[in-house]
Design a protein around this ligand. Structure first.
Ligand code: NI
Length: 145
């Protein structure tokens, strides 16, 4: 980053960033609740979580890991449950289990646990997301290192 300085002896970089003051206030409030007394430590933790959540999307597609795919969908959509089940059958080499929660009249949540390579998990998530009736999809991936 351009406006940063680094202390090579300690491997520490110092940066200056601009952000909305209400965002900072929320961050400080939440990090205090989470037990952080040092803002730098809280930001480091937040950055590690951000990297862990997003790095897999651009990383090596052959790398292995495990994850959770969460699907929120409308159960009134024709054939949606059958479609979701058939897709999971096609990926039975990576799907380890799934749980279904009937949230309310118009919403179902399907939580699918997977383990395998990044490529397969991405493909499964894409095929699931393409179905009509899917309101949202979230993929949480943890790389095995
Ligand atoms: Ni349901």
């Amino acid at each position: 980053m351009r406006n940063s300085s680094s202390d090579s002896k300690n491997g520490v970089a110092r940066i200056s960033i601009s952000l909305p003051s209400d965002l900072l206030a929320s961050f400080d409030r939440v990090s205090r609740k989470a037990g952080f007394t040092d803002r730098s430590k809280a930001i480091q933790t937040a950055m590690r979580i951000f990297i862990s959540e997003n790095e897999w999307l651009s990383g090596n597609e052959s790398s292995k890991g495990a994850g959770l795919i969460e699907l929120l969908y409308d159960p009134h959509t024709r054939n949606i449950e059958k479609a979701l089940t058939l897709i999971q059958h096609n990926y039975d080499h990576i799907v380890t289990s799934s749980t279904h929660i009937h949230l309310d009249d118009d919403n179902c949540l399907e939580a699918i646990l997977v383990r395998g390579d990044v490529r397969s998990i991405k493909r499964l998530a894409k095929e699931l997301a393409e179905n009509r009736g899917i309101k949202s999809i979230k993929v949480n991936f943890i790389q095995v290192i």
